[in-house]
Design a protein around this ligand. Structure first.
Ligand SMILES: [Zn+2]
Length: 291
C-alpha cells in the first residue's frame, strides 16, 4: 500500500512540474484538513461558537446555519459570530501549501467552499466561488443585483450580543431598497446568481478555453481536493469529462476517503487517498526539491 501511495505521489509531483496550467477544484475536505470543519465540531470553531452550540444543541456549525430560528435577532446573532470567525480565521495550512505547490504557474480555482479561505491565499480574479461566499450578503428577495461586504456589519453585531446569542432588533440587517432582511451570499433558495457570480463563472470558462481549447498542446492538470459526494455536478463530473475529452488534460483526485479514479480515465488520472494536510505538506516538499 505504501508503495502504491508513494507511486501516485511521485506521478502527481511529475504532473505538477509538467503542467502548463493548473485548475483546482476545491471542496470542504480542504478546509476540514486545515482545522475548519463546518460539518462537525472541531476545536477552533467550537471555541468561537460554543455559546450557541450549548444554547441550541447544534451538531455542527452548518447545522446552526440551517437552523430554523424563531427570530431574525437570533438568526443574525448566530450568523454574525460564525461569519466573524471566518473573517478572522488565519489561512489554513492546506491552502498555504497549495499556493506553494502551484507556484508561479497559471492557475484557476473552482470551489464549492463558502468560508473565505481561498480568498485569503489566492487573488480574487483566480477564484470562482460557485456556491457563494460568506464574505458577502444579499437581499433575501433578492430585489437587486448587489452584494454587500459583511465584515463591518458582523463586527458591529457581535460586539453587542444580547445574552451572547442575539442581536438588537435595530441591528437586523435590512435591504436598503425593499426592507427585507439580508442573508449571507451562500447558495439556498434565494441565492443571487447575479453579475458577480456570472463574471466569476465566465473567468473560469475563459481560463479553460484558453488552456484547453486554444492552446492545444498545453498540459493541463485538474487537481480535485477534498470534494465530497454532495454536489458532483459542480466539480467532479465536469473534471472527469474534461479529462476524458482532451488529450492533454490529466485528472488528479486527492481525498481523505477511499475512492478511486474512474475506470474510463485509466492512464489519464490518479487517486491519492489520505489526510490532505499530510499529503499537501509532503507534495510541497517534493515540488520544492524539483524546482
Ligand atoms: Zn431588497
Amino acid at each position: 500500500m505504501d508503495f502504491v501511495m508513494s507511486d501516485a505521489k511521485k506521478l502527481l509531483t511529475e504532473k505538477i512540474m509538467q503542467a502548463d496550467a493548473i485548475v483546482i477544484g476545491g471542496g470542504s475536505g480542504l478546509s476540514s484538513a486545515a482545522g475548519y470543519d463546518h460539518y462537525h465540531w472541531s476545536p477552533a470553531l467550537r471555541e468561537s461558537l460554543d455559546v450557541f452550540r450549548e444554547y441550541y444543541g447544534f451538531r455542527s456549525p452548518l447545522d446552526g446555519f440551517y437552523h430554523c430560528f424563531s427570530s431574525y435577532e437570533e438568526q443574525w446573532g448566530y450568523y454574525s459570530q460564525y461569519i466573524r470567525f471566518m473573517w478572522e480565521a488565519p489561512p489554513g495550512q492546506t491552502y498555504l501549501d497549495l499556493k506553494e505547490i502551484v507556484g508561479q504557474k497559471p492557475c484557476f480555482i473552482l470551489t464549492t467552499n463558502v468560508d473565505m479561505q481561498f480568498f485569503k491565499v489566492f487573488p480574487k480574479e483566480q477564484i470562482c466561488a460557485f456556491q457563494g461566499d460568506f464574505q458577502y450578503c444579499q437581499c433575501s428577495q433578492p430585489c437587486e443585483d448587489v452584494l454587500y461586504d459583511s465584515r463591518r456589519m458582523v463586527e458591529a453585531m457581535t460586539e453587542q450580543l444580547i445574552d451572547g446569542v442575539k442581536i438588537k432588533t435595530d441591528m437586523v440587517p435590512r435591504c436598503g431598497k425593499c426592507g427585507r432582511v439580508m442573508v449571507p451570499w451562500v447558495r439556498d433558495d434565494s441565492f443571487l446568481e447575479g453579475k458577480y457570480w456570472a463574471e466569476q463563472a465566465e473567468q473560469y470558462h475563459r481560463f479553460l478555453r484558453h488552456w484547453i481549447a486554444e492552446q492545444g498542446d498545453s498540459q493541463v492538470l485538474l487537481l480535485e481536493l477534498g470534494v465530497g459526494e454532495m454536489t458532483p455536478s459542480v466539480i467532479k463530473l465536469p473534471f472527469w469529462e474534461m479529462a476524458e475529452k482532451n488529450r492533454n488534460v490529466f485528472y488528479a483526485c486527492l481525498n481523505k476517503k477511499p475512492s478511486h479514479a474512474p475506470e474510463h480515465l485509466r492512464g489519464k488520472s490518479l487517486y491519492l487517498e489520505g489526510d490532505l494536510k499530510e499529503t499537501l505538506g509532503s507534495l510541497k516538499e517534493e515540488v520544492k526539491r524539483y524546482r
